[in-house]
Design a protein around this ligand. Sequence first.
Ligand SMILES: Nc1ncnc2c1ncn2[C@@H]1O[C@H](COP(=O)(O)OP(=O)(O)OP(=O)(O)O)[C@@H](O)[C@H]1O
Ligand SMILES: [Mg+2]
Length: 282
Amino acid sequence: MSVIDIQNIEHNYSGNVHALTGINLSITRGEFVAIIGKNGSGKTTLAKHFNGLLKPTNKNGQVFLRGVDDECFSTQGVPLHKLASTVGYVFQNPDRQIFHDTCREELEFGLRNIDVPGDTWVARVEETLRLVGLAGREEANPVHLSRGERQRLAIASTLVMAPQIAVIDEPTTGQDLDEGRVILDFLANFNRNGKTVVIISHDMALVASYASRVIAMKSGQVLADGTPHDVFSRPEVLEGTNVRPPQAAVLANRLGYHGVLTVQEAIDSLSADRTSHPRGKA
Ligand SMILES: Nc1ncnc2c1ncn2[C@@H]1O[C@H](COP(=O)(O)OP(=O)(O)OP(=O)(O)O)[C@@H](O)[C@H]1O
Ligand SMILES: [Mg+2]
């Protein structure tokens, strides 16, 4: 069942910038989607249409969402706070959404906007901070957190509201490898509970490990849309997006093993080949 339906949207910014043209796509409940593409290819502009932060600038462009009650509605004319309870959006720059003096208040602000019993707030805030690797930081002032910690706080402040769909623009910016995994594991867990996740990322190893679908953007259009295996094995996509596929995929492609993405898959392909064509003894 589709939870986001994008029909024929265009987005032009003032100054004659054609950021998106002719986008049609449908995102199904429970998918883990990664949007990839060069800087300026339109990833953020597209993602901001998912929760109504931006609206199509063409007359016949439409964005439809499906909420928790399975009701389908257009983002046109629906107030942002209603859209926010369906689609949680985390900005590329976390400082655009952090305003309070403590992490606790930051998360409680979101809870105040939805109908959650007050006696569950403390546990819910503590649990969400723990899941993003900020356990015990309830009273910390966000200005004293590192860039990576503020990014995780921004994610926590959105996901504490338990939206149906989470859209996170560059979730691992400012994180080291382990912190990046903490965030992606958290999102994977959210996804396993039947929720839909959309990330924008330049980190192809993470995309390959976590996403079930990759949408590659180029010059405001969708260049490719498919499974990570599909998209990463197409040279024209890699060239058009300027992304480097995971090392294992590059090596396997060079050796003639197409459709391989992870180290384990490369090992499996090589082993299978050696079993069917065993090398003679030296
Ligand atoms: N507020 C704005 N006003 C005018 N032009 C904009 C605005 N925001 C983005 N653009 C332009 O629209 C195009 C798409 O930008 P967008 O931010 O969607 O790209 P992106 O793929 O998210 O890039 P990045 O990887 O750098 O975040 C670019 O040409 C960009 O310069
Ligand atoms: Mg962007």
